[in-house]
Design a protein around this ligand. Structure first.
Ligand SMILES: Cc1cc2nc3c(=O)[nH]c(=O)nc-3n(C[C@H](O)[C@H](O)[C@H](O)COP(=O)(O)OP(=O)(O)OC[C@H]3O[C@@H](n4cnc5c(N)ncnc54)[C@H](O)[C@@H]3O)c2cc1C
Length: 386
């Protein structure tokens, strides 16, 4: 690996050596990075990438850290966060907005213990606004998604209300093509700008993004997302605000000291094999594996949502991974099914996570993607042509 100190000299004092990454994730887990840099502007972000590449220092991008488990050994090379957060409404008065001035929305609801686990419904909130006129909006990868939803609704722009209650940045949302209820980010995505190898930028159209359920080309290419242009709506703002409020309220059952769902839901074939009424991995963990209350160290299966593994305080990545592997091995041995991780595992050696790198895992992902593609076949811009 290249000269870390040289990169530090180039990036200046804001670049920190040996930064604990735990503070940059929802889980509060993770070792240190060789060098860590939070870029305040797109130019700083680009510069960090270009200089690290020149020095042959590997780069890992983090957003808000709401979908990752980072190894106790940390991450080699540069860990880079894009804090640039410009939103531009392109078709109107070309207003440039700096989101740092805006408070992050706080939703006040607590988990409702009476409702039990993961019993929330989306159907009654869903509607189609595809006939409304469109508005082009450009957002930096560092834009905070909950802030963007609120900001745009206040400007009369709808289309992101389905993602209320989901933490993270625009970069992270595109990387995983997030889903909210029956909607996917790619429905309103028009193009994405990425950094090319020379430090210039390259704009990719929606058809080229390889989007699918929890999937985009970026997971395979390692390209760095700079910004994106969305085609949002001049929709019914009151209705969208109600969805944002109500959906975030229902989703507030989900624990925040976790990186989202640990495993993908089951394939139809797995569901049928088990003879259960749902593809929910949480259902399997709760009702078939009966793992309620299972924990290793402070890494525990949440009682509020059995597909969330939470950090109750001092969990390590090793604890967390052991809980995941225990669930995986139990499901394999007792039920004959293989579960596939949904969160991104960063900084681990191939050997540490070999169960989740097996070719069968890829097969299962493909199967599930095919099924979901069939279910959501009416979504207009969901999947790129194969
Ligand atoms: C309580 C809770 C609820 C959630 N609910 C949902 C849900 O309903 N639906 C859903 O889909 N997800 C959900 N998630 C998962 C998560 O919030 C989303 O996937 C989110 O979009 C991740 O964004 P992030 O900025 O935190 O990304 P991070 O976790 O920081 O990073 C995730 C991945 O994206 C990559 N990445 C981030 N930015 C860039 C960039 N600029 N260029 C290239 N790669 C980049 C990172 O390298 C990493 O591999 C939930 C999580 C929590 C904790």
């Amino acid at each position: 690996m290249g000269d870390i100190n040289k990169l530090r000299d180039i990036l200046g004092k804001k670049a920190r050596l040996g930064e604990p990454l735990s503070g940059h994730t929802f889980l509060k887990i993770g070792g240190t990075s060789d060098i860590f840099y939070e870029a305040e502007t797109t130019d700083d972000f680009k510069k960090a990438v270009v200089e690290a590449r020149k020095l042959e220092i590997p780069i890992t991008i983090l957003g808000d850290g709401s979908n990752v488990l980072i190894s106790d050994n940390g991450i080699k090379g540069l860990v880079l966060i894009d804090r640039s957060d410009k939103i531009e409404i392109l078709d109107e008065d070309k207003e440039g907005i700096n989101l740092k001035k805006i408070k992050k929305p706080i939703y006040r609801w607590e988990s409702d213990k009476k409702q039990g686990t993961f019993k929330y419904e989306f159907k009654d909130l869903d509607y189609d606004e595809s006939e409304k006129s469109r508005v082009r909006v450009q957002m930096d990868s560092g834009v905070n998604l909950p802030k963007a939803i609120d900001f745009l609704l206040d400007k009369g722009i709808t289309g992101l209300q389905w993602y209320a209650g989901i933490p993270g940045t625009i970069g992270g949302a595109i990387f995983n093509n997030i889903h909210g209820g029956t909607h996917f980010m790619s429905e309103v995505l028009d193009s994405v700008t990425v950094l090319d190898l020379q430090g210039g930028s390259n704009t990719l159209r929606i058809e080229d993004l390889g989007v699918d359920y929890d999937k985009s080309r970026f997971q395979d290419t390692g390209e760095i997302i700079l910004d994106a242009t969305f085609l949002l709506f001049k929709g019914d703002v009151d209705k969208a605000k109600y969805v944002r409020f109500e959906w975030a309220k229902r989703k507030s059952l989900q624990p925040r000291n976790a990186p989202g769902c640990a495993f993908h839901n089951l394939t139809q074939e797995q569901k049928e094999k088990l003879g259960i009424p749902t593809t929910s991995a949480g259902f399997v963990i709760e009702h078939l594996l009966k793992m309620t209350g299972f924990k290793i160290g402070d890494a525990a299966i949440s009682k509020d949502h059995h597909n969330f593994i939470v950090n109750e305080g001092k969990a390590t990545a090793k604890n967390y991974l052991e809980v995941m592997k225990t669930i995986y091995n139990k499901a394999k041995k007792e039920l004959g099914i293989e579960l596939v991780p949904e969160i991104f595992l960063l900084g681990f050696s191939e050997d540490e996570i070999k169960e989740f790198r097996h070719p069968r895992q890829l097969e299962l992902r493909k199967k599930r993607l095919y099924e979901i593609r069939t279910i959501y076949k009416d979504s207009k811009k969901l999947f790129s042509p194969k």
